[in-house]
Design a protein around this ligand. Structure first.
Ligand SMILES: [Zn+2]
Length: 116
């Protein structure tokens, strides 16, 4: 039985205002809010993690965390460019996303998109 180290990551996903082009466009921004790792002992081809797998328990914990996640973090989404206050980010929705990944939680996107 192979064991794979996996992270269960919860992200707070929001939409940033990208720019006024084409009537305004938005892109998704994710910030890791919760991250735990464990060794998955599931069969490689198994769909999902059964309840003997530590990943399964982390997913349950992560879901509890997501239910209790506080709203109200708009101030984090202010534009990185202080000279362009009109590009202040707006939270269009406050989504949480749970991902099982082979890496620890990391903010995305790595490079902020620009209109071309
Ligand atoms: Zn597993």
């Amino acid at each position: 039985m192979s064991r794979t180290q996996l992270w269960v990551n919860v992200y707070e996903v929001s939409q940033m205002f990208g720019g006024p082009e084409e009537g305004g466009w938005f892109f998704d921004v994710g910030i890791p809010a919760w991250s735990q790792q464990a060794l998955c002992g599931c069969h490689e081809l198994a769909e999902g993690h059964d309840d003997t797998c530590p990943i399964h328990h982390l997913i349950v914990e992560a879901q509890k965390f997501m239910e209790g996640l506080d709203e109200g973090w708009d101030e984090r989404f202010i534009s990185q460019d202080a000279d362009e206050p009109e590009h202040r980010g707006e939270r269009v929705y406050g989504n949480k996303e749970l991902r099982v990944e082979k890496v620890t939680g990391h903010a995305y996107p790595d490079v902020w998109p620009h209109y071309e």
